[in-house]
Design a protein around this ligand. Structure first.
Ligand code: URP
Ligand code: ZN
Ligand code: ZN
Ligand code: ZN
Length: 471
């Protein structure tokens, strides 16, 4: 037989084209695309389905300890299983450096958690929390050569944030080695100040998480990160942007000639600060940073997806259980919002939400959907064209979408470790009915057909933003 598998009669959608064709798969890769193919025992009938590159979620936290020793709801097995349920075939997870540890040691720890346990392919960004001269001068260049080509820094979280001089040093090390830096932009000092004021006024409930992390704190830090990158003359990614004013900073930096990529996430389209203001405990389900804002910010983020302010749509999946004293409602979290672990689940719901709310409602077209959810992630993070497109020679990583399938999101269909979804009850139209990783169906009609170990670790090239090909 010429092929291991043929996907027949589907409508193939890439970031640039939409057309009806058959796909031939051999040895995990796409080996033929033609109007009609024969030569396989295994035929998948994709009549009436969209055949898209599998989703790539480049912002996922899994099995990452929080400062208080609270354990995340997903390990690599459950996190990648849930990602596959939602039509993803690769994720980029964060590997967090603990202060005092080397980056290599941190990678050993995360490879130990992930290797052999994943349903889909996984790569790592490193989170730099301790940018010592040896970390930046010796480790970082060696790691870039080894395929770890992107690094995140935080401007917020007391124990994780870097000072401006440390950010400058990290950006400089990235520039010298061809790495790409992602920045979480919120002004920690302003947030501390506001937390102090709120607690002094007796305000301890979850809704204060939103009011102590205002737009101005995000806007100021976004401006500062962009200025620091401009001073060093190196590209950056501004992750999880929540509002118009931060978007304007990105656009202004681009006008000045900076290379900057913006990312937004489903929570900034679908949730608002009012979700945190339910009853004090229920609101904890929506605590993430930056916090969801208001209707105006939601509209701005949609506009940014349509106009190209954002090139990335990621989940920022960061799951903590609700009905578990070790999760959102830990003993300290009940006393004050400041102790509720930051982050919400979303790796399975990212694609259906954007498909239903974006494509079906006419806000973005199918090709933009693919670009925002797969192709741009692969290009920006050095995985293209192995990942992120449908082309001869590319990995056969596919999501087959039924555009007419109506689904009510409930946590149990997501097969994640978390015990709630912030989108419980949301009705979506369009669902990924097959998820195929390197030719193998790992999820079919909501059932897991693969197993842990199907996913492999993915070493990466340097970013196209660094090597200068436009996204
Ligand atoms: O609240 C969030 N976003 N938690 C995840 C960690 C981060 O800041 O990305
Ligand atoms: Zn350690
Ligand atoms: Zn962040
Ligand atoms: Zn994050």
């Amino acid at each position: 037989m010429q092929f291991d598998r043929i996907i027949k009669n589907g409508t193939i959608v890439t970031a640039s084209d939409t057309y009806v064709a058959d796909l031939g798969i051999k040895d995990g890769r796409i080996s033929a695309i033609a109007a009609s193919l024969d030569g396989a025992d295994d035929i998948v009938d994709a009549t009436g389905l969209y055949v898209m590159p599998g989703g790539i979620d480049s912002h996922v936290h899994i099995d990452q300890p929080s400062g208080d020793g609270i354990v995340m709801a997903d390990d690599f097995e459950s996190g990648t299983r849930s990602a596959a349920i939602g039509g993803n075939t690769s994720i980029l997870a964060f590997c967090m450096q603990e202060k005092g540890d080397s980056l290599r040691h941190s990678l050993d720890v995360y490879h130990g958690k992930a290797d052999g346990n994943c349903h889909i392919d996984v790569a790592f960004h490193l989170i730099v929390t301790d940018p010592t001269p040896s970390v930046l001068g010796q480790e970082l260049p060696a790691l870039v050569e080894d395929g770890y080509t992107s690094f995140k820094v935080f401007m917020t979280y007391e124990n994780l944030r870097l000072r401006d001089d440390e950010i400058l040093d990290t950006l400089d090390a990235a520039r010298n080695t061809g790495a790409l830096v992602l920045v979480h932009c919120e002004n920690e000092d302003a947030i501390r100040f506001l937390i102090g004021q709120h607690e002094a006024a007796g305000e301890f409930s979850a809704k204060s998480h939103a009011t102590t992390r205002p737009i101005a704190a995000e806007r100021e830090a976004t401006h500062r990160a962009l200025s620091l990158a401009e001073i060093v003359d190196t590209p950056i990614v501004i992750v999880h942007v929540s509002n118009q004013q931060a978007m304007e900073e990105i656009e202004r930096a681009r006008v000045r000639g900076s290379k900057v990529v913006g990312e937004t996430c489903p929570q900034y389209l679908m949730l608002t600060a009012d979700d945190l203001d339910q009853d004090e405990l229920e609101g904890a389900k929506f605590v993430c940073s930056p916090p969801p804002r208001d209707k105006e910010s939601q509209d701005a983020c949609w506009d940014g997806l349509e106009r190209g302010v954002f090139d990335l749509f990621s989940s920022d999946h960061c799951p903590f259980r609700f009905n578990d004293p070790e999760g959102k409602l830990n003993e300290k979290g009940k006393k004050s919002f400041r102790w509720i672990p930051n982050g919400i689940p979303g790796v399975a719901t990212r694609l259906p939400i954007l498909f239903s709310e974006g494509v079906q409602k006419g806000r973005i077209d199918l090709n933009r959907f693919v670009a925002l959810t797969a192709t741009n992630h692969a290009k920006l993070y050095g995985m293209y064209p192995q990942k992120g497109t449908i082309a001869i020679g590319s990995d056969a990583d596919l999501a087959l979408w039924d555009p007419n399938k109506n689904v009510t999101i409930t946590n149990d269909i997501l097969q994640q470790g978390c015990d709630y979804s912030p989108y419980e009850g949301l009705q979506v139209k369009g669902w990924p009915v097959h998820t195929i990783v390197r030719g193998k169906t790992v999820v079919k009609d909501g059932e897991v057909t693969g197993q842990k170990g199907d996913g492999k670790y993915l070493p990466r090239q340097k970013s196209n933003l660094v090597t200068s090909t436009p996204v």
